[in-house]
Design a protein around this ligand. Structure first.
Ligand SMILES: CC(C)(COP(=O)(O)OP(=O)(O)OC[C@H]1O[C@@H](n2cnc3c(N)ncnc32)[C@H](O)[C@@H]1OP(=O)(O)O)[C@@H](O)C(=O)NCCC(=O)NCCS
Length: 178
């Protein structure tokens, strides 16, 4: 599948390019990203390179992921949103924002754009959201975008080698907010 760009208002979701690697590295040093995402610690430039080249670019080409850079009206990088794809109609959503772009609804808008594209263009039946219990900002974003919180799963995520409880929510195609 061709890599695509999605635009709505001021926001654009565009494919990753190698030039994004230093920015991914910088954002990955943010304490909230390190607290809630399963990324290597200490985080190195080579980890950012792996994310961009393998998890964003190569994984798009083999259809196991669809990752986007969220960019603003002037082309500035605001964050990242994407799906892990199971190949059977389900997507698992993930996102982070550059700290400078938080607190003004960008994540919610980007999640809505991605979900619309996932249901429409990819033909997904279901999008799942999972986060470690206590990740309130992520949960608010998911709830505002229309995900239905379904359960707290015991010890269902592994964070730094330790099992932690997870919130799980989902959205069906018929439920996308308009
Ligand atoms: C999750 C994330 C993308 C949200 O970014 P954002 O759009 O700037 O979100 P906001 O700061 O506007 O917060 C979203 C909501 O959570 C609320 N919130 C944030 N932190 C909170 C806290 N500690 N306690 C209570 N509410 C909180 C905000 O008030 C807001 O709710 P509102 O719109 O109803 O007022 C961003 O925090 C991030 O990048 N976190 C690190 C990576 C991460 O955890 N990703 C998700 C992994 S599942």
């Amino acid at each position: 599948m061709e890599r695509e760009t999605i635009t709505a208002g001021e926001l654009t979701l565009r494919p990753f390019v190698a030039g994004d690697i230093p920015w991914v590295y910088e954002v990955s040093l943010d304490p909230a990203v390190q607290r809630f995402l399963e990324i290597p610690i200490p985080y190195r430039m080579s980890d950012a390179e792996f994310f961009v080249r393998e998890m964003a670019i190569a994984a798009w080409d083999n259809r196991s992921r669809a990752e986007f850079v969220i960019s603003g009206g002037a082309g500035e990088r605001l964050g990242r949103v994407g799906f892990g794809l199971d190949g059977r109609g389900a997507g698992q959503i993930g996102y982070w924002l550059d700290p400078a772009a938080r607190g003004r609804g960008v994540a919610t808008a980007a999640v809505l754009m991605l979900c619309g594209w996932g249901f429409g263009r990819l033909g997904l039946d279901l999008i799942e959201w999972r986060a470690e219990v206590g990740n309130i900002a992520s949960r608010r974003v998911a709830e505002k975008a229309g995900f239905r919180l379904e359960a707290t799963l015991r010890q269902r995520l592994v964070h730094r080698g330790v099992r932690v409880d997870a919130w799980v929510g989902s959205m069906l195609a018929s439920e996308l907010l308009r």
